[in-house]
Design a protein around this ligand. Structure first.
Ligand code: HEM
Length: 140
């Protein structure tokens, strides 16, 4: 979860375009054709919820009753109600299986951890030039 929080691949989520004039409860308006997005980067790096938000703290979510498949305004990674991602359990399970398989079978090291991602529009994109060194673990 801390990786998702600190390296969220989309700064904005819930991308919408107004098909008719819309007024939000706080008075903000959207004209036809206006794009409206939710700034999840701001939520995920809010210092009130996440003290030292820029720091990667692997234990930040431990024993907090939180889960990668959480939803809601505080964890909008999977979208917002009415269009929540139904694939999130599969993503969570497959990601864990792949991670366990790799860690169990290979010694892994990233050759150079600098510049592993770059920003493009609202996206954080993995750098294809990053080299992951892998050596098969000796079987007993
Ligand atoms: C890291 C991987 C994934 C991420 C971050 C992700 C994220 C999202 C988000 C943010 C939405 C809401 C879009 C919106 O409101 O405009 C969404 C919708 C959806 N996702 Fe995913 N998703 C992922 C993988 C998957 C997978 C693996 C599946 C299928 C096996 C899936 C199926 C869907 C479907 C069908 C919707 C539309 C739901 C609806 O219209 O009610 N997603 N996803």
């Amino acid at each position: 979860m801390e990786s998702m929080r600190t390296k969220c691949f989309q700064a904005n989520t819930c991308h919408r375009v107004a098909v008719k004039p819309f007024e939000f409860s706080d008075g903000h308006t959207a004209r036809v054709g206006d794009a409206v997005e939710f700034n999840q980067h701001a939520v995920l790096s809010d210092a009130v919820t996440y003290p030292n938000p820029k720091e990667f703290d692997p234990g930040r979510f431990l024993n907090k009753g939180r889960s990668v498949v959480d939803t809601g305004i505080g964890w909008p990674f999977w979208g917002v109600p009415r269009m929540l991602c139904p694939g999130r359990w599969q993503v969570a399970n497959v990601t864990k299986l792949v991670a366990v398989y790799l860690l169990a079978n290979f010694e892994c090291r990233v050759e150079d951890t600098r510049g592993m991602n770059f920003e493009w529009r609202d996206a954080l994109v993995p750098n294809a030039k990053t080299v992951l060194l892998m050596q098969a673990r000796q079987k007993e």
